[in-house]
Design a protein around this ligand. Structure first.
Ligand code: TRP
Length: 429
């Protein structure tokens, strides 16, 4: 049982991180990951990226840039689990399991799919025109991401709430059919986190082409900030902070005192050019140290690769055994393994060890099945203690064999393994 709360979130590898991503997602996530009692999972959702991007170079580049950004912003991969979705093959397998318990009707109602079909309806074209099965299945893949780790909390934007609710439905359907395997996840929406306006005053977003890249070189950052849209008020004229994109961006980086100081400058009629210089210096103050780290990661992709592979190995310590359990639960099992019903009834009938002394004065033990059949007879020991030690050694070795089998993906009954190991070891006793 975990007593910690598991947080998990994915970042689609479809672009270059901008200041809006930093303020809205990267910075709060890095801070949250340091909270005690929290176990965090962050991953690069590159399978999801394939749904909207068919440019391989862009996927690869975006994966590097996003990973480098999170690391440069202070995500500590030894403290959290930071991995690339496509390094975890169990996610695809779980995606299929969930596909088989998810109603098609549920997916018909997913916002992204509905938006696409509504658009086609309005244009009078075939409803599914240009819609891939990937887009349709998007929520199931996301459900697999979340349920694979049994995450309790999923910090997302408002547009993703429906997906978390669908993941809850999938968890419930699976649990209903196959037993309690999944925890229903909860969406976490942080209202305190600012949505940053972009260069034109609308929400900073790639789709509006109004973004400021998080790690633009210093001079480029300055140029972009100087291009933020302002009104035509002249220097000396009082200005209002309300509705000023420049002010809102400043606020997302500055302390309360700094923000109040800028408010006073606005009232006193600061020139827009001057306010932009203030904003530029304030942002650069926070970003510059991270930029150095970012540039180093970008210049050494092999460092990022190694971190992601280590993260995947860590993640798979969870996903690999869990997938074994899930495979067993749905009936994808070794044929030599008893069904769970038989396992239950036979569990109480495990073979047992019996110690005894023979006429030759030596101490022996045998393994007897519940039906009284002698499965194994030891050679003679000089005293009961050494006979007992041999039993313990056998049990230990059987245990090791069991672990070995399980790490190689076989799900074998403990009693069968014990027996098998005992038979193999018979000669050595
Ligand atoms: N769909 C999310 C987005 O576009 C990214 C994502 C993929 C995700 N899998 C996830 C987020 C799992 C949270 C949990 O923002």
């Amino acid at each position: 049982m975990t007593t910690t709360t598991r947080f998990l979130t994915g970042i689609t590898t479809s672009g270059t991180p901008h200041l809006g991503n930093y303020v809205g997602s990267i910075r709060p996530a890095v801070r949250a990951s340091l909270t005690p009692g929290v176990e965090s999972f962050y991953f690069l959702a590159d399978y999801h990226a394939l749904i909207k991007i068919d440019n391989p170079e862009r996927i690869q580049r975006s994966t590097l840039e996003i990973a480098a950004s999170w690391l440069a912003a202070g995500l500590d991969p030894s403290h959290v689990t930071f991995y690339r979705q496509s390094d975890i093959p169990e996610i695809q397998e779980l995606c299929w399991f969930l596909t088989c318990v998810t109603g098609k009707g549920l997916l018909n109602r997913a916002h992204a799919y509905k938006a696409a079909t509504d658009k086609n309806a309005a244009a009078g074209t075939e409803l599914d025109d240009g819609v891939t099965a990937g887009l349709f299945m998007y929520p199931v893949l996301m459900g697999a991401d979340i349920l694979m780790f049994n995450a309790h909390k999923v910090p997302v934007g408002r547009d993703q709430i429906q997906h978390i609710e669908m993941a809850r439905d999938m968890a419930a359907s699976f649990n209903h059919l196959y037993g309690e395997h999944f925890t229903p996840p909860q969406a976490v929406i942080d209202d305190a986190v600012a949505t940053l306006p972009g260069l034109d005053g609308r929400k900073m977003s790639k789709s509006y082409d109004n973004t400021i890249p998080l790690f633009a070189p210093r001079e480029q950052l300055r140029k972009l900030i100087l291009s933020i849209k302002t009104d035509s008020r002249a220097p000396g004229e009082p200005k209002e902070p309300e509705g000023s994109a420049l002010f809102q961006i400043y606020q997302a980086f500055a302390s309360t005192e700094e923000t109040e100081a800028l408010r006073a400058h606005y009232a006193a009629g600061i020139a827009w050019g001057e306010a932009k210089e203030l904003l530029f210096e304030r942002i650069d103050q926070e970003i510059a140290p991270m930029r150095t780290a970012y540039e180093d990661y970008i210049a050494h992709p092999e460092k990022v690769e190694a971190i992601l592979l280590a993260g995947a190995a860590k993640a798979r310590q969870i996903t690999s055994p869990f997938m074994q359990t899930l495979r067993h639960a749905v009936g994808l099992r070794r044929l030599s393994v008893a069904s769970s019903n038989r396992q239950k009834t036979e569990k109480s009938k495990l073979p047992s060890f019996k110690q005894f002394r023979e006429k030759d004065g030596l101490f022996y033990f045998k393994l007897v099945s519940s039906a009284g059949e002698e499965l194994l007879l030891s050679s003679g020991f000089a005293d009961p203690k050494s006979a007992g030690a041999a039993i313990r050694q056998l049990v230990e070795q059987a245990d090791e064999a069991k672990t070995l089998f399980q790490t190689h993906g076989y799900h074998v009954r403990a009693d069968e393994l014990a027996l098998q190991a005992l038979k193999e070891l018979q000669d050595t006793v």
